[in-house]
Design a protein around this ligand. Structure first.
Ligand code: GAL
Length: 693
């Protein structure tokens, strides 16, 4: 299902982009020169301009006010600051709803969502599409030769507030989308949706609706197709703008800002239409899991672009305004998290926003220039200090990336299907299962790449498959996984994978039907556990390598127990309790030159860690430093033809010492610790170092 429709512009970077969303239209023009002076002082070289400026650019239909935008574009160019120019379509002006009320979105309960906030558009509304295209054409034509123009920022965070619109307009568009998917065959659609169940058969396309509020569970394939359609409807809006931009400025790269592992949009499909992948990241400074979650989002962005550099398009310099309680980033933490993104392949570090707003719903959101101004401001000193620091180190880092040997299969459609209603357990959710794999790898500094199920796997030594529930025929995954393992690869797969096909119909013949041969087993039944319920695991002889220090039954498991019939696999661990006592829980199967491991349950974190470390060890995959690294210290390596750069990031508020004795030769590109003691490095709390290897 590779959806690459165009050839992306190969973007070569000569800078690390540094800057912010810039909303000069919220401020009197008298302060713009001051903005320019401060931007220079902070090393700002790129701003995202005009994201929410539709009403200012086009205050009445087809009446354009360019003078202010011309002036600020010129001012930025004069000051050597590039512009990531928005198409301004993210928040339609109030006049659009007055002109056509059906441009407004409708929620699942049938309520219309009104202007007064932002993003109030129905993606399928012909009026919205027409007016958005008209605006984009105007903006692109006006600024196509402008020296400040560096890239296009299409829309903003598509789907952030409204990812599904249930209006009649959307219903009509959904029917058209279904006709395309099912080749205009209502029979094929009825088959795919399994409508012989509960008297759901459709005899006319017009009978079909979005999965609006219904007495009980809506048809699962209807829900799945609806999710596909909703992601596609927004993607069409993006593509419709991108087409105009490509026609008018074929050499200017295009991006739209993603939101990490955002469920409603199939970012594999979206990423295939972008020149530059960019992301907005707002990890909660009060959550100890934030560094890992942020790392995972960085890895996803790099993976979406096939390891090419990506841009951290938004982050707060200090705090956000939209949580119940909005913690500050601690001194040093903002800088550290920027280097985390850089270490994981970013080539741009941007904030929301330049100047903290005086009015509006985001006035308590941090800005590079805070309400108190820049004098004696910690936030300002940190952001400006980082901007200057980047100038010193960027030449070394440009156009390098991370090249992991571990791949994690991840698929949006499978995520949607896994979390539809009426499953054996609604406690099995995609992100928690993904994190069960990601956490031990992150803690042990083993780099991963996310890959879609259709991707080439040849660059990996280990492939991990956390709960890949839905398997499409067209991806041809099982023969490709068999090839990967038979040629010496290591595969680890979790329970409730390979269960349904693209229509969310069960793949019959024993679970997980597509992978039975590869795994050497059949799952006959599932026994999910409620929260708090657990079983224990006994390690058998073949699983002794996984034993914790002393006991062979030291590990517990919870959430889910597969009842496994062996068909060639050997048992590493078995259940010790309940009616499945003595039966296989964790298995390994030699397949050609390689091995496939299967987890029929969710083991406690300690066993998950031992298993993944063991598998990586067998496959010859290791962390960048062999020595023990203190907990909370993250290592990641960027490389290019010239060499590699090891980022050592201390997420602890306290100082740590890192043993570098495993490294042959290195130079300190950046470090907080002053003198570099023999083969060891001291890092302050939230401090970091970059070694050139
Ligand atoms: C993002 C959005 C920005 C701003 C920011 C605040 O979701 O793109 O416009 O609202 O959040 O954190």
């Amino acid at each position: 299902m590779n959806d690459q429709k165009f050839k992306p512009i190969p973007v070569k970077y000569d800078r690390v982009y540094y800057g912010a969303d810039y909303n000069p239209d919220q401020w009197p023009e008298e302060i713009w020169p001051e903005d320019m002076r401060l931007m220079q002082a902070a090393g700002v070289n790129l701003v995202s301009l005009g994201i929410f400026s539709w009403a200012k650019i086009e205050p009445r239909p087809e009446h354009y006010e360019w003078a202010w935008l011309d002036r600020i574009m010129n001012l930025l160019a004069e000051n050597g600051i590039g512009v990531n120019l928005a198409t301004a379509t993210a928040s339609p002006p109030p006049w659009m709803a007055k002109l056509d009320i059906d441009t407004l979105p409708v929620n699942q309960a049938g309520a219309r969502l009104w202007p007064g906030a932002r993003q109030q558009f129905c993606p399928s509304s012909p009026t919205f599409r027409l007016l958005a295209q008209r605006l984009v054409r105007q903006i692109a034509t006006r600024y196509r030769h402008h020296p400040a123009l560096k890239m296009w920022h299409v829309g903003n965070e598509y789907g952030c507030h409204i990812s599904e619109c249930y209006s009649d307009t959307s219903a009509r568009a959904f029917r058209e989308w279904l006709k395309k998917r099912y080749d205009c065959s209502l029979d094929a659609m009825n088959q795919a949706w399994g409508t012989s169940f509960w008297s759901q058969a459709y005899s006319d396309w017009d009978e079909i609706n979005p999965p609006r509020l219904a007495p009980t569970f809506c048809n699962p394939t209807q829900q799945l197709d609806w999710k596909r359609f909703s992601s596609d409807a927004l993607l069409e809006c993006f593509e419709m703008e991108a087409r105009i931009l490509r026609e008018i400025t074929p050499d200017v790269p295009i991006t739209t800002n993603f939101m990490g592992l955002f469920k409603p949009l199939d970012y594999w499909k979206w990423a295939a239409q972008e020149d530059i992948i960019s992301n907005d990241a707002y990890p909660d400074p009060s959550d100890p899991a934030s560094p890992m979650d942020a790392a995972m989002a960085c890895d996803m962005m790099r993976s979406l672009g096939n390891c090419k550099p990506w841009i951290l398009m938004e982050q707060t310099p200090s705090q956000v305004n939209w949580r119940n309680v909005n913690a500050l980033k601690r001194p040093g933490q903002m800088r550290l998290w920027n280097y985390q993104a850089l270490g994981r392949g970013a080539n741009g570090l941007m904030y929301f926003q330049w100047r903290a707003s005086k009015a509006g719903a985001e006035k308590y959101h941090g800005g590079m220039v805070p309400h108190i101004g820049t004098e004696n401001s910690r936030v300002w000193n940190e952001v400006a200090g980082l901007g200057q620091e980047l100038k010193r180190i960027e030449p070394a880092l440009l156009n390098s990336t991370v090249r992991p040997k571990i791949g994690i299969l991840f698929d949006w459609e499978s995520w949607w299907a896994l979390e539809l209603d009426s499953k054996p357990s609604s406690e099995v959710t995609m992100l928690s299962q993904l994190k069960a794999y990601y956490a031990p790898l992150y803690q042990n500094n083993l780099a991963i790449e996310f890959v879609p199920p259709w991707a080439d796997l040849s660059q990996f030594k280990v492939v991990l498959v956390p709960n890949l529930y839905l398997i499409r025929d067209e991806d041809d995954l099982s023969p490709r996984l068999e090839k990967f393992v038979s040629e010496g690869g290591r595969l680890v797969m979790s329970f409730f994978s390979g269960i349904t096909d693209q229509n969310e119909h069960i793949r019959l013949g024993g679970y997980p039907a597509p992978f039975r041969k590869l795994l050497g087993l059949r799952v006959a039944e599932f026994q999910p556990y409620v929260d708090g319920q657990h079983n224990n695991l006994r390690l058998l002889e073949a699983g002794q390598d996984l034993a914790a220090e002393k006991a062979e039954t030291a590990y517990s498991c919870n959430l889910w127990n597969d009842l496994i019939d062996l068909e060639g696999a050997e048992v590493l661990a078995s259940y010790t309790q309940d009616f499945m006592e003595g039966q296989a829980a964790l298995t390994r199967h030699q397949f050609g030159q390689g091995f496939s491991y299967y987890l029929g349950t969710q083991p406690e974190a300690g066993l998950m860690e031992r298993l993944l470390l063991q598998v990586c060890h067998e496959a010859g995959v290791s962390a960048p430093l062999q020595a023990n690294v203190p907990a909370g210290v993250e290592l990641v390596r960027r490389e290019n033809e010239q060499g590699s750069f090891l980022f050592i990031l201390n997420h602890n508020p306290a100082m740590v010492q890192v043993d570098l004795s495993g490294l042959n030769e290195y130079q300190l590109l950046l470090g907080d610790a002053g003198e570099l003691p023999q083969d060891s490095l001291k890092l302050d709390g939230f401090g970091l170092a970059i070694l050139s290897l």
